[in-house]
Design a protein around this ligand. Structure first.
Ligand code: CIR
Length: 255
């Protein structure tokens, strides 16, 4: 699958108040802007058109656009983020996506679901229940995408992990990069599975974008393993996003 577009949003200065599981320091806004610009450049280097939205100060976590929408070939679905401070981000980004896509599909209210819990593969859509995504949210998604022929499989995100995709990524049609703590449940049986090196769990959130794989810098064992497997790796600094539990997939919507 070739991506022709990506949408990202510059980090706001309010990122210093971004949500986080545990406090490992405050992100440096300037440094985050630099990492973000490098990320956008790498996506653009594949020939894709990348829209960069202006920061939204009212939403500290709005740089993590992936959580606010799901972009499929058939249409875009506005998510219902389970973090109360993030719920409004979905409507904010919907306008931009409507310009590109036309119609926006809204989920039935009631449940919650964030894009970070959704992994779309060639054959199915995997959704991990988490502190942000509940069964009603998954059911609301299923109602829309089943009409387009997608099969939704509901799974459990490990308790210590923010989002399902914090711990995995799709590297190509059949290959998933995962932590052991996630794949131990057998959720990826039937796929070709590659594991991040022990101690390098934080690089499981990487992305395949056209001919390249974009990974956070600082995980040499996994980088070497993936290079040997034949992937063309690009490294992006992620120290600031990591302080607020963000990674490579969270920073863009790709379609
Ligand atoms: C949050 O807690 O919502 C943000 N600080 C991090 C969101 C990361 N997004 C993602 O994994 N898709």
């Amino acid at each position: 699958y070739t991506f022709s577009h990506a949408v990202s949003r510059k980090p706001a200065a309010s990122i210093i108040r971004g949500l986080r599981f545990e406090d490992s320091g405050t992100p440096d806004h300037q440094k985050f802007l630099e990492h973000h610009a490098a990320y956008v450049d790498v996506l653009r280097s594949t020939g894709a058109e990348v829209t960069v939205l202006e920061p939204l100060e009212a939403y500290p976590d709005s740089v993590f656009v992936e959580d606010a929408a799901l972009c499929l070939q058939e249409g875009v679905i506005q998510m219902r983020p389970g973090a109360p401070s993030r719920l409004g981000e979905a409507a904010e980004i919907a306008g931009t996506l409507a310009d590109i896509y036309g119609d926006i599909h809204e989920l039935e209210p009631g449940g919650f679901i964030e894009g970070g819990d959704i992994l779309v593969t060639e054959s199915e859509i995997l959704v991990g229940l988490s502190s942000r995504t509940d069964h009603a949210g998954v059911a609301a998604l299923d109602k829309i995408v089943s009409q387009w022929g997608y099969k939704v499989r509901e799974l459990q995100t490990p308790e210590s992990v923010l989002h399902f995709k914090t711990d995995c990524s799709l590297l190509d049609e059949e290959t998933i990069l995962s932590t052991k703590r996630l794949s131990d449940s057998g959720c990826f049986d039937g796929y070709r599975l590659l594991h991040v090196a022990d101690g390098e769990e934080a690089c499981a959130n990487s992305i395949r974008f056209n001919e390249i794989v974009v990974m956070p810098d600082g995980f040499p064992k996994t980088t070497e393993m993936l290079t040997k497997e034949g992937y063309d790796i690009r490294l992006i600094g992620n120290t600031e996003a990591a302080k607020v539990d963000g990674g490579m997939s969270c920073l863009s919507l790709r379609f």
